[in-house]
Design a protein around this ligand. Structure first.
Ligand code: SF4
Length: 276
C-alpha cells in the first residue's frame, strides 16, 4: 500500500484486507483485490486487520518533520483490497475514521458494494467535505439497486460527496429515472426523486459528484463486455455531461486490450475530471 496503481488517486490505504465477495455481483469475478492478495500468499476471503505501519501511513511525516509524506490535496483510495463498509470490519472502522479525520487536507475515496450499510457506519463529526462515497454499479440491475441508497445519503449527510464507480462496466446503464421499487422506503424511485425535489430526468445524476468508469481488465487483456463497451461508455459519458457531473474515464477496451492512454480513445471519452 502507499503510492497507488489506481490512476485517479495518488495513494492507497488499506487498514484491512480480504473480502468474502458479494453474491450475484458479476464484478466480483476476477476481483483485483483477490488477485493481489493471492499473489502475496494471503487468503483473499478472510478479512484481517493490517499492520500498525500501514495504519500509520497517512500520518507519516517527512524526515525533517515539517510536512506530511502524503501531500495535501492528494486523493487516497481506501481499502483497495477490501471494502470499507464490510460487517467483518465493524470493530476497526471507528479507529480508521480517527486516522482519516486527522488529514482533512486529503481526499478520501471510499468505494463500496455495501452502500446500504453506509448511513449507519458513517462518522458524522467530520472537519471537511473530503470524503467521496462511491457505490459500485457495474450494470443496470445493480445501478437500480444501489443508486437509491446512495442518493438517500445526500438527503441525510451534508459533508460528504457521492459518486458511482462503474468499474468494471459490464452492460449498458441508464441512470435517468426508472420505475423500480425503492427498497428503503417502499416508494418508487420516481416518487423518491419527486420527494427530494427532482424536476427532470437528469436530476438524480445531478445529485452526484463523480462518475468513474472503465472496462474489466485481466492484466493487459480486457475481460467481459468487450463488444458493447465503447457504446455503453459513450452513453454514460453523455449522461454525465447532461447532468454536469465530473466524469473520469479510467481505461477503455480497444480491440480486446485494456488502454489507459486517453489519446487512443474517441475524443468524447477523453474525460479525466475530478470533483475536488
Ligand atoms: S473486494 Fe470488491 S470486487 Fe473483490 S470480492 Fe470484495 S466486493 Fe467483490
Amino acid at each position: 500500500m502507499g503510492i497507488s496503481g489506481i490512476d485517479y488517486v495518488e495513494y492507497s490505504w488499506g487498514p484491512w484486507m480480504g473480502c468474502p465477495g458479494v453474491k450475484d455481483d458479476p464484478s466480483c469475478a476476477n476481483c483485483y483485490a483477490h488477485r493481489g492478495m493471492k499473489r502475496y500468499g494471503h487468503n483473499p476471503y478472510k478479512v484481517v486487520r493490517t499492520s500498525k505501519a500501514t495504519w500509520h501511513q497517512p500520518l507519516t511525516q517527512t524526515r525533517d518533520r515539517r510536512n506530511w509524506k502524503w501531500e495535501p490535496g492528494s486523493y487516497v483510495f481506501v481499502c483497495p483490497w477490501s471494502d470499507f463498509f464490510l460487517p467483518q470490519a465493524d470493530e476497526w472502522r471507528s479507529e480508521a475514521w480517527d486516522v482519516m479525520r486527522q488529514r482533512p487536507d486529503l481526499v478520501w475515496v471510499l468505494t463500496t458494494k455495501q452502500v446500504e450499510r453506509v448511513a449507519a457506519n458513517l462518522s458524522i463529526i467530520w472537519p471537511s467535505d473530503n470524503r467521496i462515497i462511491m457505490a459500485t454499479t457495474p450494470n443496470q440491475e445493480l445501478a437500480d439497486k444501489r443508486t437509491p441508497h446512495l442518493l438517500e445519503l445526500k438527503s441525510r449527510f451534508a459533508n460528504i460527496k457521492l459518486g458511482l464507480s462503474i468499474e468494471p462496466l459490464l452492460g449498458e446503464i441508464d441512470f435517468r429515472w426508472t420505475p423500480y421499487h425503492y427498497q428503503a422506503t417502499g416508494e418508487t424511485y420516481r416518487q423518491y426523486l419527486d420527494r427530494v425535489g427532482v424536476i427532470n430526468e437528469y436530476e438524480s445524476l445531478r445529485l452526484l459528484d463523480w462518475l468513474v468508469l472503465g472496462c474489466q481488465s485481466l492484466g493487459r487483456r480486457a475481460g467481459k463486455f468487450q463488444d458493447g463497451f465503447i457504446d455503453a461508455a459513450l452513453k454514460i459519458v453523455r449522461q454525465g455531461k447532461e447532468a454536469s457531473v465530473p466524469t473520469y474515464m479510467k481505461q477503455a477496451c480497444i480491440n480486446g486490450m485494456v488502454s489507459k492512454d486517453p489519446s487512443e480513445w474517441l475524443e468524447e471519452l477523453q474525460k479525466r475530471e475530478k470533483p475536488i
